[in-house]
Design a protein around this ligand. Sequence first.
Ligand SMILES: *[C@@H]1O[C@H](CO)[C@@H](O)[C@H](O)[C@H]1NC(C)=O
Ligand SMILES: *[C@@H]1O[C@H](CO)[C@@H](O)[C@H](O)[C@H]1NC(C)=O
Length: 429
Amino acid sequence: MTSRKYRTKDLAVPRFLHVVLFTIFVVVFFIVGHSIRNKKIDDIAVDDLVSRDTFDSIGNFSYSQFSRYKSKLPTQNDLSVMLDRRNQLPPINMDLYPKLVEGHIVIVLYVHNRPQYLRVVVDSLSQVEGISETLLIVSHDGYFDEMNKIVQSIRFCQVKQIFAPFSPHLFSNSFPGVSPSDCKDQDDPAEKHCQGTKDQYGHHRSPKIVSLKHHWWWMMNTVWDGLKETNHHSGHILFIEEDHFIFPNAYRNLQVLAKLKPVKCPDCYALNIAPSNVKSRGEGWESLVAERMGNVGYAFNRTVWRKIHHKANEFCSFDEYNWDITMWATVYPSFGAPVYTLRGSRSSAVHFGKCGLHEGHDDNAVCVVDGLVNIDTEDVDKAMNINSNWGVHKLDHQDGYKAGFKGWGGWGDIRDRKLCLEFAKMYGY
Ligand SMILES: *[C@@H]1O[C@H](CO)[C@@H](O)[C@H](O)[C@H]1NC(C)=O
Ligand SMILES: *[C@@H]1O[C@H](CO)[C@@H](O)[C@H](O)[C@H]1NC(C)=O
């Protein structure tokens, strides 16, 4: 995720360094983002998004059809309404793959706006054994033509696109975007007569930064409880991002892990196709590994989703703009027992970045330049490489964010917290 650039796992780095990096980042992105955003929205002919005919057959979309609550979601602009309707369209490629295979694991890919990365991810998915058996959902934060074209060109499985209709990127002069009455930086609302609540470090909200956590939460709620394609799905759903390279054996490995989980690791809540340490490619042991939840290629079922959804208050009110740190520091600890995930000991997915920009200029870093990624897919990554007779090696006392961490801030505004809670209620749960 873009905002991770200034995030570090090393909590010993002096606090002020984060604040300085954070500020530089916010300023740069604000300036760059502002010009891009305004252009993008104006450029879109809203009628192009879905033809009139399709609209009439879909009918009018309204959140109240799902919910007994009177929705307190923000007022939608035309683009937002159109995208909501477009989200109701059936998957593409139903002609090529009319039936999903029994026991399939749905894959959700969530993306923002890095087309060069998305191309790499989509190419890697096209090589995944078994991919044609399942449904790929691509969840977009914002509407970007180039991203859209890449997704529309996929032919290797059923594909459903959804667009977060309340993404800050869709609103150029009102909440969840920036509205003219918003406080900026460290403004005092009483003195400046502006709107906003500061975070724990004294900063007002930045739409670019809150968009990631909003998107993740909207997507989770929508995929599990909103979409007719998945709201009755009984198995696992796998979640990946636009900067995750997926190996050909990922899907078959995941299917095996899903079968083994109840037997081999009854304490495990989830499955992972990569280690929680994103720099590791796995241990290569002849055993399964149970460890803390990772954020690259994780999968869980509806039972676990209901537990997470039940913690909406914790998730939405914690002053931390990263969804994953929010989960590690508040949601998982609130389950009462350690939350383990089960994986193989060799990675089936890797997180990549832009070459030369990695922290510490790690020569082994996986990175992309001119649309090519420096990953060799070895034979052992091509076919399922998990042995059902293996035992489980449990990793305990691992480093990382946990209960007690107070958050990096960026999520102090009451309006963001309320919107987040609305997402949890919009489908009537
Ligand atoms: C959708 O709403 C518009 C305006 O509110 C209305 O004119 C139209 O008949 C509605 N269409 C359907 C299919 O309900
Ligand atoms: C979902 O996963 C959890 C955690 O592994 C497990 O306890 C539960 O039985 C599973 N639910 C279903 C319906 O399989």
